[in-house]
Design a protein around this ligand. Structure first.
Ligand code: 7RM
Length: 633
């Protein structure tokens, strides 16, 4: 494969990828280990929708992440694991060790009856066992469904049942700064409503000795002792499921996005190497949790398939103090550092002394992901962390896209602060106007769609292809709709402006407002709720809830009720979804047909009530006055 090294390379490669996409991707795919090559590169139809890449090819992704590296890099570090507590020692796991551990865990799964195609739920902290677990599933052709360990028991129940998992991998507890989270306790609670789960394998991290249910729960290390370390890689089809990963929807329950083996492997590898210009021997650190797509694609699969050294960090940026990230960069001589704008903004608030104290001279590239990065944060990051020398690679992509779509290419494409930039080769974005027509001139502003398939796109929503079609392929028939708005300038650079649907991004986490509303109404005093996002200095967006009680709570009881509502949401979804602001109202602004006018609520939440637009279609315009009066600033 050709790695782009100049602006000319980029333009040539981009042109080739659009004019001859199949040849372009076949070239790139040629560098991997296949058990059988493809008979055809691509079949697609965005109307059905159906997309297949590398048809009839057989492979195992772990052979590409592990076995093929052994001849040259058995003793190179594959994973640097930095524990939560800076006083504890980091671990360096070589490719040989990683290979061995993955094979052992794979054999342990087999011993517990896991077969090709089975779904395995992984609810684990940021420890090496979690990486082994994901790769072990892939090794035997099982499908992992990683659930972020910050989700509540209820969210875990839903995800386990939706994916039809009958085994859960977990740990006794998780460290997060100075806190211990009782993961096994959450699993126990979740499993009360998961009749199909027969087995729980529990790694020990915190040594908290939670109760174990005989016949169901097993200690990871005991089970591991019973198996050997030889595990041939199962042959999977290019289009077999590699994993399911849930993401919030603008309505209804979270969607289990399905990713398949070959296209995902080829694309995450290509984009990792291209956007960051990864160089042999470099240390790369992505601060995401493996429970999100960023962790899947750019802590595990992309870097490992590229033979990189990837750092996995168990801790948080703020503990023991705000210098923790920079201490890790210094300690491991990190060359590529990839984080989220929300983290950058909170680090920016801490005294600069925390940055200055550490030697950051190893840094070569900085990355950003998860939400639009505001210009101020971009400048701070570039100046204080990158010392003005490191390009900021602002990667725009989604759980659904599997890998980077629009992104700067380190040192190759001229940077524009706060712009994701140009599409990577193979990606054909377009901007649609209000009427659903493509705007072919620049500058342009509208909704961002993708016109042509790329290898790592999600293939469906697990168990609900109809919803997949409705969510992504119906707004603009024949196009993949991203749900994002964007602007394209006269140089063709894209700037993503944010979601245009009812998804809000809070500290880089996608949350469906409908899901939060439904959690709030679980509180016995709440009759109805509407949730919108509002600009928040650190989190990007904050959560503003308008709540209608069965009776209006008296002033003195409101704070207590707010706390109860927050607790309810934390219990049902997880602490990340707790509303920042809760305003009690006697009614919501609704149209005559009963639709909540969110536009008005958004304005109120943003603190801009000067012009609420047309309110004449409201059933009861008086509620607007009341809402304006009670707005929480
Ligand atoms: C990777 C990830 C997807 C949504 C997406 C956007 C927003 C992500 C950027 C961004 C502007 C970016 N997957 N988003 N990256 N917006 N610039 N560089 O975050 O499924 O969790 O979220 O995140 O709105 O649609 S995700």
């Amino acid at each position: 494969m050709k790695i782009i090294q100049s602006l000319t390379d980029y333009h040539n490669e981009y042109r080739r990828s659009v004019e001859q996409p199949e040849i372009f991707w076949a070239d790139i795919a040629g560098d991997f280990v296949w058990k059988t090559k493809w008979s055809k590169v691509l079949e697609w139809d965005f109307h059905k929708p159906e997309v297949k890449w590398f048809i009839d090819a057989k492979l195992n992704i772990t052979e590409n992440c592990l076995d093929r590296h052994l001849p040259q890099r058995a003793n190179q570090t594959a994973i640097i694991w930095e524990p939560n507590n800076p006083r504890d020692e980091a671990r360096h796991i070589t490719y040989a060790e990683l290979h061995r551990e993955v094979c052992r865990v794979a054999n342990m799964l087999k011993a517990h009856g896991v077969k090709k195609g089975d779904r395995v739920c992984i609810y684990m902290p940021m420890i090496p066992e979690t990486a082994y677990a994901m790769l072990a599933c892939a090794r035997i052709g099982a499908v992992h469904s990683v659930v972020f360990a910050g989700f509540s028991a209820g969210s875990l129940t839903d995800r386990i049942n939706d994916a039809g998992c009958n085994i859960v991998l977990t740990a006794d507890g998780a460290y997060r700064g100075d806190k211990i989270i009782n993961l096994k306790g959450i699993v126990d609670e979740a499993l009360q409503k998961c009749p199909d789960v027969k087995t729980v394998l529990m790694a020990e991290r915190t040594g908290t000795k939670p109760p174990m249910q005989a016949g169901r729960d097993y200690y990871w290390n005991d089970e591991l002792k019973k198996v050997n370390e030889i595990c041939p890689a199962e042959e999977t089809d290019a289009e077999d499921l590699l994993f399911i990963l849930y993401t919030s929807g603008s309505t209804g329950k979270p969607k289990g996005m399905v990713h398949t083996c070959a296209g995902y492997m080829v694309y995450t590898n290509y984009t990792f190497r291209t956007a960051f210009q990864y160089r042999e021997g470099e240390v790369y650190w992505c601060t995401a949790d493996v429970g999100w797509i960023t962790g899947h694609s750019y802590i595990i699969y992309g870097p490992l398939s590229a033979g990189a050294t990837t750092l996995m960090f168990e801790g948080v940026p703020s503990w023991p103090d705000w210098g923790r990230f920079w201490q890790v960069v210094e300690r491991h001589r990190v060359n590529i550092f990839y984080t989220a704008p929300t983290a950058i903004r909170s680090l920016q608030q801490a005294p600069l002394e925390f940055v200055r104290r550490h030697d950051l001279s190893s840094l070569r590239v900085l990355g950003s992901v998860g939400e639009p990065i505001n210009e101020e944060a971009w400048q701070w990051y570039h100046k204080n962390i990158g010392k003005g020398k490191c390009p900021v690679v602002d990667t725009w992509w989604q759980t659904e896209t599997g890998g980077f779509m629009i992104s700067p290419i380190s040192d190759v494409l001229p940077l524009k602060p706060a712009h994701a930039g140009l599409p990577l080769p193979g990606v054909q974005p377009a901007v649609m106007d209000e009427q659903g027509k493509e705007i072919t001139t620049s500058p342009a502003e509208g909704r961002l769609v993708i016109k042509y398939p790329w290898p790592s796109m999600a293939r469906t929503i697990y168990g609900n292809h109809q919803r997949f079609k409705e969510t992504y392929f119906s707004t603009f028939p024949g196009y993949y709709f991203t749900g994002d708005g964007c602007r394209r300038d006269s140089d063709g650079y894209y700037r993503i402006t944010g979601r245009v649907d009812d998804i809000i991004i809070v500290s880089g986490h996608n949350l469906g407002t409908a899901e939060i509303e439904s959690a709030i109404t679980e509180h016995s005093s709440v009759c109805e709720a509407a949730v919108v996002g509002y600009p928040h200095d650190i989190k990007g967006q904050g959560i503003y809830a308008f709540v209608v009680g069965y009776t209006m709570p008296p002033e003195l009881e409101q704070e207590k009720l707010r706390q109860e509502i927050r607790d309810t949401v934390a219990r049902i979804i997880g602490p990340i979804a707790k509303p920042d602001k809760i305003q009690f109202v006697s009614g919501l602004p609704k149209t005559r047909s009963g639709k909540i006018m969110r536009r008005i609520l958004r304005k109120v939440a943003e603190g801009d009530t000067s012009n609420l637009g047309d309110t004449t279609t409201l059933l009861d315009p008086n509620v607007v006055e009341e809402i304006k009066r009670g707005a929480i600033g």
